[in-house]
Design a protein around this ligand. Structure first.
Ligand code: ADP
Ligand code: MG
Length: 250
């Protein structure tokens, strides 16, 4: 972690976010930041409000109250497609790829709305293969021929085709074996070198903490811990926050 990274202006700044579904408030007080070239990990138990938070940040759910700033501008009321056009990409929880299409076709679908020339698209696809070599090796094969971890990398690659500045990943480890989870995390970690900011939602505490610059823990719709990863010396502090007050004595 360089000084430059810690002092860079945040790409995304969320303060006191309240959101939910219709009139139902499920997120009551969430604050977090994502800086360029850094990974903020958003942890919390099942039902804590992680996905709902991401849905509000992408514009799929309404922001009831609080501040959502992207590159300094208030985007709380900006439409989802304008957020995408502005450089925000979102890989949803349990994201499926098009299994009967080839790996390359899946990547090209990710660039569909970009209006880019064919030569440019080719370059962009090659860039994704540099990041995820396994996708290059299997470019002509149907996505269904790939393992769960590889399909998750394909889903991330598809989102990267839009050349986002800010990437939201919702539980990329879901359903994967621990050794594959570490590999996916490693690839996500490598993306930081491109300068992209990443908000990584996870339940896999240790694997995601290993790549975190900043950690935020949600419990029942509230931020209960927010620290730079370098300041979290004892993982039990994180785990106690994660499991909530009623289990913190364990
Ligand atoms: N479509 C929905 N309508 C109403 N409530 C929902 C909906 N989706 C999720 N919820 C509720 O919102 C809360 C937070 O869910 P979610 O954000 O999916 O949690 P997480 O991603 O942390 O597991 C849960 O209590 C869940 O039941
Ligand atoms: Mg979720």
């Amino acid at each position: 972690m360089t000084d430059a990274a810690t002092t860079a202006a945040p790409l995304l700044e969320v303060r006191g976010l309240e959101t939910g579904y219709g009139d139902l408030k499920v997120v009551r007080d969430v604050s977090l930041q994502v800086r360029p070239g850094e990974i903020t990990v958003l942890l919390g138990r099942n039902g804590a409000g992680k996905t709902t938070t991401l849905r509000a940040l992408t514009g799929l759910n309404k922001v009831f109250a609080g501040e959502v700033r992207y590159e300094g501008a208030d985007i709380a009321k900006t439409s989802p497609h304008r957020r995408v056009a502005g450089g925000i990409a979102y890989v949803q929880e349990g994201k499926r790829v098009f299994r009967s299409q080839t790996v390359e076709q899946n990547l090209l679908l990710g660039a569909y709305s970009g209006g880019r020339r064919r030569s440019r698209l080719k370059q962009d696809v090659e860039r994704i293969y540099e990041t995820f070599p396994v996708l290059g090796d299997k470019r002509k094969l149907p996505a269904s021929s790939m393992s769960g971890g590889q399909q998750q990398m394909l889903a991330i690659g598809q989102a990267l085709m839009a050349q986002p500045k800010l990437l939201f990943l919702d539980e990329p480890s879901g359903g994967l074996a621990p050794v594959i989870v570490r590999e996916v995390m490693q690839r996500v970690h490598e993306l930081k070198a491109t300068g992209i900011g990443i908000l990584l939602v996870e339940q896999a505490v240790e694997a995601s903490f290993a790549v975190a610059d900043h950690v935020v823990v949600l419990d029942t719709g509230r931020t209960v811990l927010s620290e730079r990863a370098s300041e979290v010396i004892d993982l039990t502090v994180l785990q106690n926050a994660y499991f909530g007050k009623e289990r913190s004595a364990n």
